[in-house]
Design a protein. Structure first.
Length: 172
């Protein structure tokens, strides 16, 4: 009986991880779709923007976001698998909100070509992701720990987006 429970638990854990992976991948795909055509990073509009010296090369964003989306999914799955509680529910809501805000950013920045509006979304994303990590730490510390690189990247992205808005004020 013990091995059946272990197999069932392992199977449920895998499906949970796959489900959260699919949600994170969906956010990534949604963002990528909004960057097609007029708003892609190699497009003329983005190339025409003045960027800060610390702007990374475009090729770096794909690998970084692949890792970050995996950590976002893992954090969500860990919270989902935690014992039911009001804190767990709060963490799951925050996880979903931050993922939605994350998916919205490329639509605003690249799709709508509104870096200032994208920056406002990013500020809300920063606050929500930080709050998620704080709540997650009380529910499942591993979920909060794995979120740290994402929080660091969001801080960098906020600085980058802020610099782009400042350098291009009134032009785009």
């Amino acid at each position: 009986m013990q091995s059946r429970l272990s197999v069932a638990t392992l199977t449920r854990s895998r499906f949970t991880t796959l489900g959260f992976g699919a949600l994170a991948a969906g956010a990534a795909v949604l963002g990528a779709l909004t960057m097609r055509g007029k708003g892609r990073p190699n497009g003329s509009w983005f190339r025409s923007l003045r960027k800060p010296a610390f702007q990374p090369p475009n090729w770096l964003f794909g690998p970084v976001w692949t890792v970050l989306y995996a950590t976002i999914a893992y954090a969500g799955a860990r919270i989902w698998q935690a014992e039911d509680s009001p804190q767990r529910s709060r963490a799951l809501v925050l996880w979903g909100v931050q993922l939605g805000l994350n998916a919205l950013w490329p639509s605003l920045f690249f799709g709508a070509r509104k870096p200032a509006l994208a920056l406002a979304d990013l500020a809300a994303l920063d606050a929500t992701a930080l709050r998620f990590a704080a709540v997650a730490r009380r529910v499942e510390p591993a979920a909060a720990k794995v979120f740290v690189p994402y929080l660091a990247w969001l801080a960098f992205a906020t600085a980058l987006n802020t610099a782009i808005v400042a350098k291009n004020a009134g032009e785009h």
